[in-house]
Design a protein around this ligand. Structure first.
Ligand SMILES: *Cc1c(COP(=O)(O)O)cnc(C)c1O
Length: 359
């Protein structure tokens, strides 16, 4: 079958150009007579890829030299444990701002390792807004403040970076590389790969180097950021295939003009989809306008009984993975970097046609 427009929340669409490069590379990678999956991570060829991935990522996000870039396994979820283990003692208090399911999960994980103060919690309005920063109840001596710049499930995004002197720890899994960021405002940024970076199996962590020494002395080696920083993330056998694909995605993004250029496209994609939803009498999005995500756009139909029809007909029209998360219901269009503007145009046209026939 032909390639579809894939609105999956994750693992998500990859650029077609990257898939074609992989197909081409697979049996005989760089003249080695082997695939990238069959070669040592310590080989000259692979070490070059790993180094280029880091260098390109640094260039894309203008990562300052006093930050380490790490590529562990375990996904964003493992970082929810690694953050408290690497940054706090058992006696410390840490602040969490909870604006969705992932932030809540991160706070609950940290509770096993230190005292968690939930400084703000948007559960009271079903995770459809960002609580005003002036009302956050922050603790006086927090070891760090953790938040989730983009909540993938409810489609709620911070369009500002919180203030404060304590290190900011940000789970950027579903927004990283969608726009420029000022890395120097953060202590730690982490992201699972399977939204805007590459295949599942590799994780990105950007950590200010002076924080690496806060790690607990009895921390497991593979959960220690410093161990990754000191070994170029070759602490043990890394996920070589996922790393290789991430490198290709970084190259692809650079060819698109980097994060500034993709941000313009992402803004346009999101604005036109929200405009179509807001103009419709049939579709709606419940998120506060100033907190709407560029990457994940949930919407509900005027009649939930039509959900199954919408999914079936959209699928037939080549638009896939639009089913909303079970906790929110309705639909969700995830429109990450690799989802082209033509996909959003096709979705908008399909929605208008659906409303005309069923609305
Ligand atoms: C997808 C996602 C996660 C989970 O990532 P894993 O790599 O599966 O652990 C965590 N946080 C956010 C914001 C996500 O979007």
């Amino acid at each position: 079958m032909a390639r579809v427009y894939n609105f999956s929340a994750g693992p998500a669409a990859l650029p077609l150009e990257v898939l074609e490069t992989i197909r081409n590379d697979l049996p005989d990678w760089r003249g080695t007579g082997m695939s990238v999956m069959e070669i040592s991570h310590r080989s000259k060829e692979f070490v070059e890829v790993a180094a280029r991935a880091e260098a390109t990522l640094r260039e894309l996000l203008a990562v300052p030299g006093d930050y380490a870039v790490l590529f562990p396994q375990g996904g964003a979820t493992m970082q929810m444990a690694m953050a408290p283990l690497n940054l706090s003692t058992r006696a410390d208090t840490v602040d969490y701002v909870v604006t969705g399911s992932w932030g809540k999960k991160a706070a609950n994980e940290a509770k096993k390792f230190c005292t968690v103060n939930v400084a703000a919690d948007a559960a009271d309005r079903n995770f459809t807004y960002i609580p005003d920063e002036s009302g956050w109840e922050r603790s006086p001596n927090a070891a760090y403040l953790h938040y989730t710049p983009n909540e993938t499930i409810a489609g709620v995004e911070f369009h500002f970076v919180p203030d404060g002197d304590v290190p900011l720890v940000a789970d950027m899994s579903s927004t990283i590389l969608s726009r420029p960021i000022d890395v120097s405002r953060f202590g730690v940024i982490y992201a699972g790969a399977q939204k805007n970076i590459g295949p599942a199996g590799i994780t990105l962590v950007i950590v200010r180097r002076d924080l690496l020494d806060r790690v607990r002395p009895d921390n497991p080696h593979l959960m220690t950021w410093k161990a990754y920083a000191e070994s170029d993330s070759m602490t043990n056998t890394p996920p070589t295939f996922a790393w290789y694909v991430a490198d290709l995605v970084f190259q692809w993004l650079k060819e698109q003009g980097g994060v500034t250029a993709i941000a313009e496209i992402n803004r346009r994609k999101a604005e036109k989809l929200y405009a179509a939803i807001d103009a419709s009498d049939f579709f709606s999005n419940p998120v506060a306008v100033d907190a709407r995500s560029w990457m994940n756009i949930p919407f509900v139909l005027g009649d939930a009984a039509l959900d199954a029809v919408f999914l079936e007909e959209s699928r037939a029209a080549g638009l896939t993975n639009l089913k909303g998360h079970r906790s929110v219901g309705g639909m969700r269009a995830s429109i990450y970097n690799a989802v082209p503007e033509t996909a959003v145009d096709a979705l908008i046209a399909f929605m208008a046609e659906f409303e005309r026939r069923h609305g």
